[in-house]
Design a protein around this ligand. Structure first.
Ligand code: GLY
Length: 269
């Protein structure tokens, strides 16, 4: 299935990023840019057509393009992000997505971050985090109702986004940190636990049969490989200081019907 991955270059102001559960550490901008480029290459080598939006110099978190939108097969929903500083990120993402999908918008008092949204087939799990409120879940549910998605709120604690706590690995299996989501959630799936001393390892990106995950979680990697999964690791250590994972730096969706240009980067004008 042809896939497009929308990404955005790292902002020079990334050191002023939002932080919720991490202590602030200096981010080496040059290394962050190099790691992000390697991430884009990884997506392209995995078969996605990578769209690279220009950096937003005054928006420190703008590289995390997963958060302003939720892209489904039928529509894209532009959210109101939970952190007010991040809300201006949505306009350029809206413009980019409007080439691919009809656009719908959440309205106040809804808040929702795309990192809180985990889609597994026709079920959309939405984390009730510091960033996403019940009104956000309710509005998303209403917008997706015509397309027969089931939207399930998930209680969580101790981490930024739902996808910090769990990711889908395919084959009815989810990678989870059970201390961050309830026992009863995702109970219809096989659950694979992260290594105890790698709590941040539950954020992984399944792309064309390969699980992409940060190099900093070797024990969890071994667990995945023992289950027969193909894993590719990448060094995102500087981006992790901004409370990032591997899903949050891209919006990946089926682009069937859109002219495919292979896996080369397509710089947005
Ligand atoms: N630094 C990523 C976020 O807080 O949204």
């Amino acid at each position: 299935m042809p896939l497009t991955a929308i990404t955005r270059e790292v902002s020079a102001s990334i050191n002023d990023c939002e932080l919720s559960f991490h202590a602030r550490e200096p981010i080496d901008l040059g290394r962050a840019i190099a790691q992000h480029k390697a991430y884009q290459n990884c997506l392209a080598e995995s078969g996605a057509r990578v769209v690279s939006l220009p950096a937003e110099p005054k928006l420190p978190d703008a590289v995390f393009v997963e958060d302003p939108a939720v892209v489904m097969d039928e529509i894209a929903v532009i959210s109101i992000m939970g952190a007010p500083s991040r809300r201006p990120e949505a306009s350029s993402v809206t413009e980019a997505l409007s080439r691919y999908r009809p656009i719908k918008f959440l309205t106040a008092p809804a808040t929702l971050d795309g990192g809180d949204v985990l889609r597994i087939d026709r079920t959309v799990f939405v984390g009730l985090s510091r960033r996403t409120n019940r009104e956000g879940v309710a509005q998303l549910s209403e917008l997706l109702r015509p397309y027969e998605y089931r939207v399930d709120p998930v209680k969580m604690r101790g981490c930024l986004h739902l996808k910090s706590a769990c990711s889908y690995l395919g084959n009815h299996t989810a990678l989870v940190n059970r201390s961050w989501i309830g026992e009863q959630d995702l109970q219809e799936f096989e659950l694979l636990n992260v290594a105890e001393d790698e709590p941040g390892a539950a954020n992984a990106l399944l792309l064309n049969g390969v699980v992409i995950m940060p190099a900093s979680f070797p024990k969890t990697r071994v667990r995945l490989e023992k289950c027969g999964l193909r894993v590719r690791t990448i060094d995102v250590s500087e981006l992790q200081k901004a409370e990032a994972g591997v899903t949050c730096c891209s919006l990946i969706f089926n682009d069937e019907g859109v002219t495919r240009r292979g896996a080369e980067f397509w710089k947005e004008k």
